[in-house]
Design a binder for this molecule. Structure first.
Ligand SMILES: Nc1ncnc2c1ncn2[C@@H]1O[C@H](COP(=O)(O)OP(=O)(O)OP(=O)(O)O)[C@@H](O)[C@H]1O
Ligand SMILES: [Mg+2]
Length: 231
């Protein structure tokens, strides 16, 4: 699941903007840092939302074991090759809301690609597009795909229609995290305040619990329990 340097690459990708790619990237970064891991975030989005989050936040810059950088605008192949050979620890790849060649290349390169989506038909259609395009690229380059939908901004009480939609997803080929990420001000606040949910002044326990639950699912993807038991 990881390259020979042991790096784990997680990309955040969706054809649709504003679904929570950067927010979930930062939430996972915080959970990893809180667990003592080293995290490198690469912002491939030309809107540079994570890069600006970092550049404008002395708190983020002073966070131990967190490195944030901008992705390349040219020579992607060489950049990815170099990254694969030299990166260590967790590398989080935040992508633009598009199905550009760059998005697909980076998403196909990652060991795990996460597509956040609201519990809404338009978002699920876009998540399906992401899955199909990703599988097509991965097939072309002969790489296995690990793609998960992350249901994000789930309201505190969900309607019957939303339950039906979740059931439809579960009957489809899409694979999703069983953890639901709810709509919480903790997420938007930490983004605007230059912090991470796990390192907020007054952490939102419910937000941390759901991020940690998602993190446990991610760890299981990287190191399935059977392998752990056999080790
Ligand atoms: N679970 C959540 N609860 C509350 N607000 C959220 C949640 N997830 C995302 N948001 C808010 O939704 C907005 C869009 O989120 P974000 O910037 O992470 O999306 P994105 O997919 O990265 O967008 P883009 O495609 O423009 O890069 C932000 O204002 C963010 O604070
Ligand atoms: Mg973003």
């Amino acid at each position: 699941m990881s390259n020979h340097t042991g790096a784990k690459f997680i990309s955040f990708a969706s054809p649709k903007g504003g679904v929570g790619k950067s927010t979930s990237c930062l939430a996972i970064a915080g959970a990893l840092l809180a667990a003592g891991e080293k995290v490198r975030i690469i912002d491939f989005d030309q809107t540079e939302s994570i890069w600006r989050w970092y550049s404008n936040s002395p708190i983020a810059q002073a966070t131990p074991h967190l490195a944030v950088e901008k992705g390349p605008t040219a020579n992607l192949d060489a950049y990815i090759k170099q990254l694969w050979q030299s990166a260590t620890d967790y590398v989080l790849l935040d992508l633009a809301g598009s199905l550009s060649d760059l998005t697909l290349m980076v998403a196909a390169f990652a060991t795990l690609t996460i597509t956040p989506a609201k519990v809404s038909e338009p978002d699920i259609i876009e998540a399906n597009k992401m899955a199909r395009s990703l599988h097509a690229v991965a097939k072309r380059i002969g790489k296995p795909v690990n793609h998960r939908i992350l249901l994000n901004e789930v309201p505190s009480s969900i309607s019957n229609d939303e339950v039906d939609l979740i059931n439809q997803i579960d009957r489809s080929n899409l694979r999703r995290f069983s953890t639901l990420i709810h709509r919480r001000s903790a997420y938007s606040k930490s983004f605007s305040r230059g912090t991470l949910p796990h390192f907020a002044d007054a952490p939102d326990r419910k937000a941390l619990a759901e991020i940690d639950a998602m993190m446990a699912e991610i760890r299981d993807i990287f190191e399935p329990r059977l392998e752990k038991a056999a080790a």
